[in-house]
Design a binder for this molecule. Sequence first.
Ligand code: PMP
Ligand code: GLN
Length: 378
Amino acid sequence: MITSKLPQVTPSIFSVMSSLAHEYQALNLSQGFPSFPVDAQLKELHIKAITDDKNQYAPMSGLPMLREAISIMTQKLHKTFYNPANEICITAGATQAIFTAIQTVVHRGDEVIVFTPAYDCYIPAIELAGGKAIEIPMNLPDFTIDWNIVEVRINNKTRMIMINTPHNPSGSMLSHEDMLQLQDLIVTHDLFLLSDEVYEHIVFDQQEHLSASRYPGLKERSFITGSFGKTFHITGWKIGYCLAPKAMMEEFYKIHQYLVFCINHPAQVAIAQYIQEEQRYLSLGSFYQKKRDLFLHSIQDSKFSFKPTQGSYFQLLNYSALSNEADVDYARTLTIEHKIASIPISVFMNGTDPKMLRFCFAKEDHEIIKAAQILNSL
Ligand code: PMP
Ligand code: GLN
């Protein structure tokens, strides 16, 4: 018999809920992906790249034109420079960037601090590297971090802290105060930071996304991950990137080259051209804010309670006025009996169940309205 390296792991909740939605023909607001079509121009660029025979291996760290575009974007948004030659890597989605960054720094016995609810790929990746995840629950109901507790949990085995802002599943964002406190801990205890920023452009209500790259003490110790899947509505292309200072990226490349070597070449060609028009990512916040507002406006008279999400394309809804069921069961009930699928968040927080479900509003407006009708009828 094979000895499992991940004995606790079961199929991801995203696969489970998406299949259930499919089986019961429910409106699928569970797994996070857009339901609307990708921009025709991006599709044409991809097709053209294939027709132009950009079909062989790409450079190991990514297409130079794409790395340059990311460097320019980061300079514009965060006033900080990453050298496209040796501080940027194109990856197979943020998932591979996260896995590779963890493999790069975590040695057997090292501890990595993660905040729960945590995106599902973090802890297995730490364990596969021989590390131990130290889970610190975020403070509810606002999903904030108590940095005093973090300090208490740091010891001589602590190697890295992982953050995710804007946060999946809660949509909370770290403030300038948070980033300063984090910087203090990272510098004082000489730790690494993995900052998962896949929702960097999806922020609402005139707020600013505070990238770890803006804080010099963080930048020099951080891997930062991004996802074109989120930014350009192409989750199925599985393409993202990682930023890190040269010495850290050198080690990252060593693992990247044997994990995947390089990333889908025609997709890189297409994105490298598409990203040149900055409005394509700068307009994402207002694009999704309209969808968030439509969703929340449409369910304002329902029995769900909520705080408007600050960033990401997820909205948590508290259903305690409707049911005492555990969130996993209630999510099933809603899918099977009411034909609307969501994600129960207890699976990201060791079973703690604040009676909240996560709904993805990256959907066509008519689907958002349909979803609201169902939720209002409960
Ligand atoms: N981190 C978070 C917080 C996510 O929500 C996701 C899902 N997009 C990922 C990482 C993985 O991104 P990708 O699909 O680019 O691998
Ligand atoms: N990031 C997506 C979400 O949070 C899911 C990605 C996946 O299915 N692994 O819903």
